[in-house]
Design a protein around this ligand. Structure first.
Ligand SMILES: NC(=O)c1ccc[n+]([C@@H]2O[C@H](COP(=O)([O-])OP(=O)(O)OC[C@H]3O[C@@H](n4cnc5c(N)ncnc54)[C@H](OP(=O)(O)O)[C@@H]3O)[C@@H](O)[C@H]2O)c1
Length: 290
Protein backbone atom coordinates (compact mmCIF):
# COMPACT_ATOMS: atom_id res chain seq x y z
CA UNK A 1 0.00 0.00 0.00
CA UNK A 2 1.29 3.40 -0.99
CA UNK A 3 1.39 7.07 -0.04
CA UNK A 4 -0.07 9.48 -2.60
CA UNK A 5 1.11 13.10 -2.65
CA UNK A 6 -0.77 15.74 -4.62
CA UNK A 7 0.87 18.93 -5.86
CA UNK A 8 4.13 17.01 -6.39
CA UNK A 9 4.82 19.27 -9.38
CA UNK A 10 4.79 22.18 -6.93
CA UNK A 11 7.29 23.30 -4.35
CA UNK A 12 5.80 21.90 -1.12
CA UNK A 13 4.59 18.59 -2.58
CA UNK A 14 7.94 18.10 -4.34
CA UNK A 15 9.80 18.58 -1.05
CA UNK A 16 7.47 16.10 0.70
CA UNK A 17 8.24 13.42 -1.90
CA UNK A 18 11.98 14.05 -1.48
CA UNK A 19 11.65 13.76 2.29
CA UNK A 20 9.66 10.52 2.05
CA UNK A 21 12.49 9.09 -0.06
CA UNK A 22 15.08 10.40 2.42
CA UNK A 23 13.17 8.64 5.21
CA UNK A 24 13.51 5.35 3.36
CA UNK A 25 10.05 4.95 1.85
CA UNK A 26 10.47 2.71 -1.20
CA UNK A 27 10.08 4.79 -4.37
CA UNK A 28 7.42 2.44 -5.78
CA UNK A 29 5.38 2.98 -2.60
CA UNK A 30 5.09 6.70 -3.38
CA UNK A 31 2.53 8.05 -5.86
CA UNK A 32 3.50 11.56 -6.98
CA UNK A 33 0.67 13.40 -8.69
CA UNK A 34 0.21 16.63 -10.61
CA UNK A 35 -1.52 17.95 -13.67
CA UNK A 36 1.55 18.04 -15.88
CA UNK A 37 3.31 14.74 -15.26
CA UNK A 38 6.12 15.70 -17.66
CA UNK A 39 7.37 17.76 -14.74
CA UNK A 40 7.70 14.58 -12.67
CA UNK A 41 10.00 12.71 -15.06
CA UNK A 42 12.92 12.89 -12.65
CA UNK A 43 10.87 11.15 -9.94
CA UNK A 44 9.60 8.53 -12.41
CA UNK A 45 13.21 7.77 -13.37
CA UNK A 46 13.95 7.20 -9.68
CA UNK A 47 11.16 4.62 -9.45
CA UNK A 48 8.39 6.78 -7.97
CA UNK A 49 4.91 6.09 -9.36
CA UNK A 50 3.81 9.15 -11.29
CA UNK A 51 0.12 9.70 -12.01
CA UNK A 52 -1.86 12.58 -13.46
CA UNK A 53 -4.39 14.16 -11.10
CA UNK A 54 -6.42 17.25 -11.89
CA UNK A 55 -8.57 18.36 -8.96
CA UNK A 56 -11.11 19.72 -11.43
CA UNK A 57 -11.66 16.21 -12.80
CA UNK A 58 -12.81 13.55 -10.29
CA UNK A 59 -12.00 10.70 -12.69
CA UNK A 60 -8.29 11.55 -12.70
CA UNK A 61 -8.30 11.74 -8.89
CA UNK A 62 -9.86 8.28 -8.51
CA UNK A 63 -7.32 6.82 -10.92
CA UNK A 64 -4.48 8.59 -9.15
CA UNK A 65 -5.41 7.46 -5.62
CA UNK A 66 -5.96 3.76 -6.46
CA UNK A 67 -4.04 1.61 -3.98
CA UNK A 68 -3.02 4.56 -1.80
CA UNK A 69 -3.32 3.84 1.91
CA UNK A 70 -2.48 7.42 2.83
CA UNK A 71 -3.17 10.54 0.75
CA UNK A 72 -1.56 13.94 1.30
CA UNK A 73 -3.80 16.64 -0.15
CA UNK A 74 -1.75 19.77 -0.77
CA UNK A 75 -4.21 22.66 -1.06
CA UNK A 76 -4.54 23.92 -4.61
CA UNK A 77 -3.58 27.36 -5.78
CA UNK A 78 -6.67 29.12 -7.12
CA UNK A 79 -8.47 30.47 -4.05
CA UNK A 80 -11.92 30.60 -5.70
CA UNK A 81 -11.68 26.98 -6.83
CA UNK A 82 -10.21 25.53 -3.66
CA UNK A 83 -13.32 24.25 -1.93
CA UNK A 84 -14.66 22.42 -5.00
CA UNK A 85 -11.19 21.02 -5.74
CA UNK A 86 -10.62 19.80 -2.20
CA UNK A 87 -14.11 18.33 -1.86
CA UNK A 88 -13.59 16.27 -5.03
CA UNK A 89 -10.18 15.11 -3.83
CA UNK A 90 -11.43 14.06 -0.38
CA UNK A 91 -14.35 12.16 -1.94
CA UNK A 92 -12.01 10.43 -4.39
CA UNK A 93 -9.59 9.41 -1.62
CA UNK A 94 -12.51 8.04 0.45
CA UNK A 95 -13.90 6.14 -2.57
CA UNK A 96 -10.47 4.61 -3.18
CA UNK A 97 -10.38 3.26 0.38
CA UNK A 98 -7.71 5.58 1.78
CA UNK A 99 -7.11 4.91 5.47
CA UNK A 100 -5.71 8.37 6.21
CA UNK A 101 -6.12 11.74 4.51
CA UNK A 102 -3.65 14.47 5.47
CA UNK A 103 -4.65 17.99 4.43
CA UNK A 104 -2.53 21.17 4.35
CA UNK A 105 -4.77 23.89 5.78
CA UNK A 106 -3.88 27.34 7.09
CA UNK A 107 -2.74 28.41 10.56
CA UNK A 108 -5.56 29.14 13.02
CA UNK A 109 -8.13 28.17 10.37
CA UNK A 110 -10.93 28.01 12.95
CA UNK A 111 -10.52 31.59 14.16
CA UNK A 112 -8.65 33.40 11.38
CA UNK A 113 -10.78 36.01 9.64
CA UNK A 114 -8.69 36.11 6.47
CA UNK A 115 -10.29 35.57 3.05
CA UNK A 116 -7.90 32.65 2.64
CA UNK A 117 -9.17 30.82 5.72
CA UNK A 118 -12.75 30.28 4.57
CA UNK A 119 -12.14 27.52 2.00
CA UNK A 120 -9.60 25.85 4.28
CA UNK A 121 -12.05 25.67 7.19
CA UNK A 122 -14.86 24.38 4.95
CA UNK A 123 -12.44 21.76 3.59
CA UNK A 124 -11.61 20.72 7.15
CA UNK A 125 -15.33 20.26 7.85
CA UNK A 126 -15.76 18.16 4.70
CA UNK A 127 -12.78 16.08 5.76
CA UNK A 128 -14.27 15.40 9.21
CA UNK A 129 -17.61 14.52 7.63
CA UNK A 130 -15.96 12.10 5.16
CA UNK A 131 -15.60 9.45 7.87
CA UNK A 132 -12.00 8.77 6.81
CA UNK A 133 -9.34 9.14 9.54
CA UNK A 134 -7.59 12.46 8.91
CA UNK A 135 -4.81 14.80 9.99
CA UNK A 136 -4.97 18.55 9.48
CA UNK A 137 -1.66 20.35 9.02
CA UNK A 138 -2.49 24.00 9.58
CA UNK A 139 0.57 25.45 7.86
CA UNK A 140 1.62 28.99 8.73
CA UNK A 141 3.11 31.50 6.34
CA UNK A 142 6.16 30.48 4.31
CA UNK A 143 9.41 32.34 4.99
CA UNK A 144 9.78 32.19 1.21
CA UNK A 145 6.85 34.62 0.89
CA UNK A 146 9.39 37.18 2.09
CA UNK A 147 12.74 35.79 0.98
CA UNK A 148 11.53 35.54 -2.63
CA UNK A 149 11.12 39.34 -2.53
CA UNK A 150 14.60 40.08 -1.15
CA UNK A 151 15.93 41.49 -4.46
CA UNK A 152 12.93 43.87 -4.66
CA UNK A 153 13.24 44.89 -0.99
CA UNK A 154 16.93 45.70 -1.55
CA UNK A 155 16.26 47.56 -4.78
CA UNK A 156 13.60 49.80 -3.19
CA UNK A 157 14.91 49.88 0.39
CA UNK A 158 11.36 49.18 1.50
CA UNK A 159 9.36 46.24 2.83
CA UNK A 160 5.77 47.34 2.14
CA UNK A 161 2.73 45.91 3.94
CA UNK A 162 -0.38 46.48 6.01
CA UNK A 163 0.58 44.28 8.93
CA UNK A 164 1.29 47.00 11.51
CA UNK A 165 3.03 45.48 14.51
CA UNK A 166 1.49 42.03 13.96
CA UNK A 167 3.80 39.04 14.37
CA UNK A 168 4.06 36.22 11.87
CA UNK A 169 5.18 32.71 12.81
CA UNK A 170 6.73 31.88 9.46
CA UNK A 171 8.72 28.73 8.66
CA UNK A 172 10.30 27.38 5.51
CA UNK A 173 8.56 25.11 3.01
CA UNK A 174 11.18 22.52 3.92
CA UNK A 175 10.06 22.65 7.58
CA UNK A 176 6.41 22.12 6.63
CA UNK A 177 7.35 19.39 4.14
CA UNK A 178 9.32 17.50 6.77
CA UNK A 179 6.37 17.72 9.16
CA UNK A 180 4.07 16.27 6.49
CA UNK A 181 6.52 13.46 5.73
CA UNK A 182 6.85 12.71 9.45
CA UNK A 183 3.08 12.40 9.80
CA UNK A 184 2.87 10.18 6.70
CA UNK A 185 5.58 7.81 7.92
CA UNK A 186 4.64 7.38 11.58
CA UNK A 187 1.54 6.24 13.43
CA UNK A 188 -0.69 7.86 16.02
CA UNK A 189 -1.64 11.08 14.24
CA UNK A 190 -5.22 10.30 13.17
CA UNK A 191 -7.66 12.96 14.40
CA UNK A 192 -4.90 15.50 15.10
CA UNK A 193 -5.04 19.12 14.05
CA UNK A 194 -1.55 20.60 14.14
CA UNK A 195 -0.94 24.36 14.29
CA UNK A 196 2.35 24.72 12.46
CA UNK A 197 4.54 27.81 12.58
CA UNK A 198 8.10 28.99 13.10
CA UNK A 199 9.71 29.07 16.55
CA UNK A 200 10.47 32.82 16.47
CA UNK A 201 7.64 35.06 15.29
CA UNK A 202 8.64 38.45 13.87
CA UNK A 203 7.04 41.73 12.84
CA UNK A 204 7.67 43.13 9.37
CA UNK A 205 9.70 45.91 11.04
CA UNK A 206 11.92 43.16 12.47
CA UNK A 207 12.07 41.53 9.04
CA UNK A 208 13.34 44.79 7.51
CA UNK A 209 15.88 45.19 10.33
CA UNK A 210 17.10 41.60 9.90
CA UNK A 211 17.49 42.15 6.16
CA UNK A 212 19.41 45.38 6.79
CA UNK A 213 21.80 43.52 9.09
CA UNK A 214 22.26 40.57 6.77
CA UNK A 215 22.73 42.65 3.60
CA UNK A 216 24.49 45.73 4.99
CA UNK A 217 21.88 47.88 3.17
CA UNK A 218 19.24 50.00 4.89
CA UNK A 219 15.74 48.56 4.45
CA UNK A 220 12.70 49.87 6.33
CA UNK A 221 9.18 48.56 6.80
CA UNK A 222 6.50 50.93 5.45
CA UNK A 223 3.02 50.35 6.79
CA UNK A 224 0.30 51.24 4.27
CA UNK A 225 -3.49 51.28 4.42
CA UNK A 226 -4.68 47.96 2.91
CA UNK A 227 -6.18 49.64 -0.18
CA UNK A 228 -2.87 51.37 -0.87
CA UNK A 229 -0.89 48.15 -0.39
CA UNK A 230 -3.28 46.33 -2.72
CA UNK A 231 -2.76 49.08 -5.32
CA UNK A 232 1.03 48.77 -4.96
CA UNK A 233 0.78 45.01 -5.54
CA UNK A 234 -1.37 45.58 -8.64
CA UNK A 235 1.14 48.16 -9.91
CA UNK A 236 3.89 45.56 -9.36
CA UNK A 237 2.02 43.30 -11.80
CA UNK A 238 0.23 40.88 -9.46
CA UNK A 239 -3.15 39.54 -10.60
CA UNK A 240 -6.15 41.27 -8.95
CA UNK A 241 -7.25 38.22 -6.91
CA UNK A 242 -3.75 37.67 -5.51
CA UNK A 243 -3.32 41.37 -4.65
CA UNK A 244 -6.65 41.29 -2.81
CA UNK A 245 -5.77 38.13 -0.90
CA UNK A 246 -2.29 39.34 0.06
CA UNK A 247 -3.50 42.72 1.32
CA UNK A 248 -6.26 40.98 3.27
CA UNK A 249 -3.75 38.48 4.69
CA UNK A 250 -1.61 41.34 5.98
CA UNK A 251 -4.62 42.61 7.89
CA UNK A 252 -4.94 39.08 9.26
CA UNK A 253 -1.27 39.16 10.23
CA UNK A 254 -1.93 42.41 12.09
CA UNK A 255 -4.81 40.76 14.03
CA UNK A 256 -2.68 37.76 14.96
CA UNK A 257 -4.16 35.26 12.50
CA UNK A 258 -0.69 34.21 11.35
CA UNK A 259 0.84 33.91 14.82
CA UNK A 260 1.12 30.77 16.92
CA UNK A 261 3.03 29.78 20.01
CA UNK A 262 2.42 26.11 19.25
CA UNK A 263 5.55 23.94 19.13
CA UNK A 264 3.84 21.37 16.86
CA UNK A 265 6.17 22.03 13.94
CA UNK A 266 9.42 21.52 15.82
CA UNK A 267 7.90 18.50 17.62
CA UNK A 268 7.00 16.83 14.31
CA UNK A 269 10.35 17.54 12.63
CA UNK A 270 12.42 16.94 15.77
CA UNK A 271 14.47 20.11 15.24
CA UNK A 272 14.16 23.91 15.52
CA UNK A 273 12.43 25.60 12.62
CA UNK A 274 14.42 27.59 10.06
CA UNK A 275 15.25 31.01 11.45
CA UNK A 276 14.54 34.27 9.65
CA UNK A 277 18.25 35.12 9.67
CA UNK A 278 19.24 31.81 8.10
CA UNK A 279 16.51 32.13 5.46
CA UNK A 280 17.59 35.68 4.59
CA UNK A 281 21.25 34.68 4.43
CA UNK A 282 20.39 31.82 2.07
CA UNK A 283 18.29 34.15 -0.09
CA UNK A 284 21.08 36.75 -0.23
CA UNK A 285 23.62 34.08 -1.21
CA UNK A 286 21.25 32.96 -3.98
CA UNK A 287 20.68 36.56 -5.13
CA UNK A 288 24.46 37.18 -5.29
CA UNK A 289 25.02 33.95 -7.21
CA UNK A 290 22.38 34.74 -9.86
N1 LIG B 1 1.53 28.98 3.71
C1 LIG B 1 1.83 29.86 2.76
O1 LIG B 1 2.51 30.87 2.98
C2 LIG B 1 1.36 29.61 1.39
C3 LIG B 1 1.79 30.44 0.37
C4 LIG B 1 1.38 30.15 -0.91
C5 LIG B 1 0.55 29.06 -1.13
N2 LIG B 1 0.15 28.28 -0.12
C6 LIG B 1 -0.72 27.11 -0.33
O2 LIG B 1 0.10 25.96 -0.22
C7 LIG B 1 0.02 25.17 -1.40
C8 LIG B 1 1.35 24.55 -1.69
O3 LIG B 1 2.31 25.58 -1.80
P1 LIG B 1 3.45 25.51 -2.90
O4 LIG B 1 4.42 26.52 -2.52
O5 LIG B 1 3.88 24.12 -3.14
O6 LIG B 1 2.64 26.01 -4.17
P2 LIG B 1 3.04 25.73 -5.70
O7 LIG B 1 4.49 25.53 -5.86
O8 LIG B 1 2.37 26.82 -6.50
O9 LIG B 1 2.34 24.35 -6.01
C9 LIG B 1 0.96 24.23 -6.08
C10 LIG B 1 0.64 22.83 -6.51
O10 LIG B 1 -0.78 22.70 -6.57
C11 LIG B 1 -1.08 22.04 -7.80
N3 LIG B 1 -2.40 22.39 -8.28
C12 LIG B 1 -2.97 23.60 -8.33
N4 LIG B 1 -4.20 23.50 -8.86
C13 LIG B 1 -4.38 22.19 -9.16
C14 LIG B 1 -5.44 21.42 -9.72
N5 LIG B 1 -6.59 22.02 -10.10
N6 LIG B 1 -5.28 20.10 -9.87
C15 LIG B 1 -4.14 19.49 -9.49
N7 LIG B 1 -3.10 20.14 -8.95
C16 LIG B 1 -3.23 21.47 -8.79
C17 LIG B 1 -0.03 22.54 -8.74
O11 LIG B 1 0.02 21.66 -9.82
P3 LIG B 1 0.30 22.17 -11.33
O12 LIG B 1 1.77 22.07 -11.44
O13 LIG B 1 -0.44 21.21 -12.13
O14 LIG B 1 -0.20 23.59 -11.44
C18 LIG B 1 1.20 22.49 -7.88
O15 LIG B 1 1.75 21.21 -7.84
C19 LIG B 1 -0.47 26.15 -2.46
O16 LIG B 1 -1.13 25.46 -3.49
C20 LIG B 1 -1.39 27.05 -1.66
O17 LIG B 1 -2.65 26.43 -1.48
C21 LIG B 1 0.55 28.51 1.13
Amino acid sequence: MSIAVTGATGQLGGLVVEDLLRRGVAPDHIIATGRDTDRLTDLAERGVQVRRADFADSGTLTEAFKGARKVLLVSTTDVGERLGNHTRAIDAARDCGAELIVYTSTLNARTAGMLLADAHLKTEHHLRDSGVPFVVLRNGWYLENYTSQVPLFLQTGVVPGSAGAGRVSAASRRDYAEAAAAVLTSEGHAGSVYELGGDDAFTLTELAAALSRASGQKVVYTDLPAAEYRRALLDAGLPAELAEVLADSDLGLKRGDLFTDSADLRRLTGRPTTSLTDALTEALTGALAS
